[in-house]
Ligand binder design. Structure first.
Ligand code: COA
Length: 163
């Protein structure tokens, strides 16, 4: 009998936890699959070693490589979420929602009062995610994200209070 029984062969529910330095390669792989310019393992190792960076990962059954992550940088009592990404095969299953709930709860518990982020205006999935988590638009940078073979997309600056 498998040591994983009764989950053997079945999808395992995701578990969210603090990211570890050893997750750098997994995060770089998800990032490369999610953005035109991926960050490499060394960039992630550097970020994960930064005391002002808070990062959470989701893993199936809490084991193995991450399938999604959320990362913020803290400045006094504010945070900027600079990446939320989910591996393509794991998208649209509520994983980013789970990560955001956990991440925002941890930021609030750490005394963070306001959270900021930037999102491309044409990123339908991310905008839906952020709208659902109470972020509101507070600024717009026209033609901010270059798009291959098309017009650059605006960046929306969004904010949410954690009070
Ligand atoms: C944005 C992203 C993190 C969403 O991850 P996900 O795990 O698929 O999101 P969820 O399944 O939790 O869905 C969150 C909401 O977005 C909606 N959504 C997700 N993908 C969508 C899509 N392609 N089109 C429209 N809506 C979408 C879901 O229906 C859900 O809305 P609901 O709460 O009203 O049902 C994922 O698409 C991704 O990694 N994209 C590439 C990286 C990126 O753009 N990150 C954000 C900018 S930093």
């Amino acid at each position: 009998m498998s040591g994983n029984w009764p989950w053997f062969g079945r999808p395992q529910p995701p578990v969210v936890a603090d990211a570890q330095t050893a997750d750098a390669a997994g995060l770089a792989a998800i990032h490369a699959a999610s953005f035109e310019r991926g960050w490499d393992i060394y960039e992630f190792e550097h970020l994960l070693a930064d005391r002002m960076v808070v990062a959470h990962v989701a893993r199936p059954g809490g084991r193995g490589s991450p399938t999604g992550f959320a990362m913020s940088r803290l400045v006094l009592d504010e945070a900027e979420i600079f990446t939320v990404a989910v591996a393509p095969a794991a998208r649209r299953t509520g994983l980013a929602t789970l990560l955001m709930q956990h991440h925002l709860a941890r930021l609030a518990a750490a005394g963070i009062k306001k959270v900021f982020l930037e999102v491309a205006e044409d990123n339908v999935a991310a905008r839906r995610l952020y709208d659902r988590h109470g972020f509101v638009e507070i600024g717009r940078r026209a033609a901010y994200y270059a798009r291959k073979g098309g017009a650059a997309a605006a960046a929306l600056v969004m904010e949410r209070s954690l009070r």
